[in-house]
Design a protein around this ligand. Structure first.
Ligand SMILES: *Cc1c(COP(=O)(O)O)cnc(C)c1O
Length: 381
């Protein structure tokens, strides 16, 4: 089956009791047993829920994995992955990792003796010199936020295999429609489903997908043992969102390309970060490992002033000023004061994250209206 068919049908079967075509929201905490130990595969809703099962099957299918495991947020999904490690183990990750992932690794798991190094992964050859006898996982995020850097997943997998390390990929920015890390040799892929998978800015959720039975067994154990499970209503909304993932992401990609081209030609804009441009340093790898260049565009202003960025950020009407991404509506954000405020300014500047950098999550509105909105906001400069 091809992607669009899987997005609509995988995991979803008519409800056995009524034939309802949509998986019902099984809003229950427990299940009645016929006799002690005699049940229908469902005992308690932290452990099993039919709405969640349908979603987990759907997620596994669209990521070309075999097992899907859902969590109550993206970070709860990463938390479960990190619980596969033991005290003394180490991980290697990218130096422009999502801030929340960085915080979880360093401030929470650091306390339990998990070591981590954060390196420039745009050159996979860089990785080898950081590998020690304690290294267990290589954590990739690609494209990254907000600089839209690209990591070559296949090249990292090659290094990892040589040292018997597992590769874990945060696939949130690409979505399973544009990139399938398991096909490129990664062991584990995870998502903040809050973003493209849900797609309507109304659910917070996370998921982990793998092909490995032994990893899946451990993750299901952690899901039940630690208990960060999503509720059935949220699972229903996620299933509904996934049905249009391919359509939404297609339109987002088309719109993002046009917005990026508009910004590149604008006299007040100094730089546009968009992997679809041939001049982007990750373009060739993005073209190779993705089915499109995504719906995210970041840009910088020529006069580099915070005050100018603020004028643009408060000057749009359609682009809403908010954190998050991947919804049907377009958002505008200011990484320096919003998502990346906790990173010291000197470190931010080193990677190009200036005070005037603006990040856009391009939605599925009509492109003419989006460009008109940006045009008017840039006129305020
Ligand atoms: C939002 C996000 C997360 C965290 O997910 P939550 O659902 O907010 O917990 C992780 N990685 C990336 C790339 C994200 O954008």
């Amino acid at each position: 089956m091809k992607f669009g068919t899987k997005a609509i049908h995988a995991g979803v079967k008519p409800d056995p009791s009524t034939g309802a075509i949509m998986t019902p929201i099984y809003q229950t905490s427990t299940y009645v047993q016929k006799a002690p130990g005699k049940h229908q595969g469902f005992e308690y809703a932290r452990t099993q829920n039919p709405t969640r099962n349908a979603l987990q099957e759907s997620l596994a299918s669209i990521e070309n994995g075999r097992y899907g495991v859902c969590f109550s947020s993206g970070l709860a999904a990463l938390d479960a992955i990190l619980k596969l490690l033991k005290s003394g183990d180490e991980i290697i990750s990218t130096n422009d990792l999502y801030g929340g992932s960085y915080r979880l690794i360093t401030e929470v798991f650091g306390q339990f003796g998990i070591g981590a190094s954060f390196i420039d992964m745009s050159e996979p050859a860089n990785i080898e010199k950081h590998i020690t006898a304690k290294t267990k996982f290589i954590l990739i995020e690609t494209p990254t936020n907000p600089m839209l850097n690209i990591v070559d997943i296949k090249a990292v997998v090659k290094v990892a295999k040589k040292h018997k390390l597992k590769v874990v990929v945060d696939n949130t920015f690409a979505s399973p429609y544009l990139q399938n890390p398991l096909d490129l040799g990664a062991d584990i892929v995870w998502h903040s489903c809050t973003k493209y998978l849900g797609g309507h800015s109304d659910v917070v959720m996370g998921a982990v997908i793998t092909k490995s039975k032994s990893l899946a067994d451990k993750l299901y154990f952690i899901q039940n043992a630690a208990g960060a499970v999503p509720g059935p209503q949220d699972c229903f909304l996620m299933l509904r969102g996934i049905k249009t993932l391919h359509l939404r992401v297609q339109r987002s990609c088309e719109n993002a390309k046009k917005v990026a081209e508009f910004l590149r030609d604008h006299k007040k804009v100094s730089k546009v970060y968009y992997p679809g441009f041939k001049t982007h340093k990750g373009h060739a790898v993005a073209k190779k490992q993705m089915n499109g260049f995504g719906g995210m565009v970041s840009f910088d202003l020529k006069n580099n002033k915070l005050s100018s960025a603020k004028k643009v950020l408060s000057g749009t009407k359609l682009f809403a000023l908010a954190e998050s991404l991947g919804g049907v509506e377009s958002l505008i954000g200011h990484p320096a004061s919003m998502t990346h405020a906790s990173i010291p300014k000197a470190d931010r500047l080193k990677v190009g994250l200036t005070d005037s950098l603006i990040r856009l999550s391009i939605g599925v509105e009509d492109i003419g209206d989006l460009i008109e909105d940006l045009k008017k906001a840039l006129l305020k400069l």
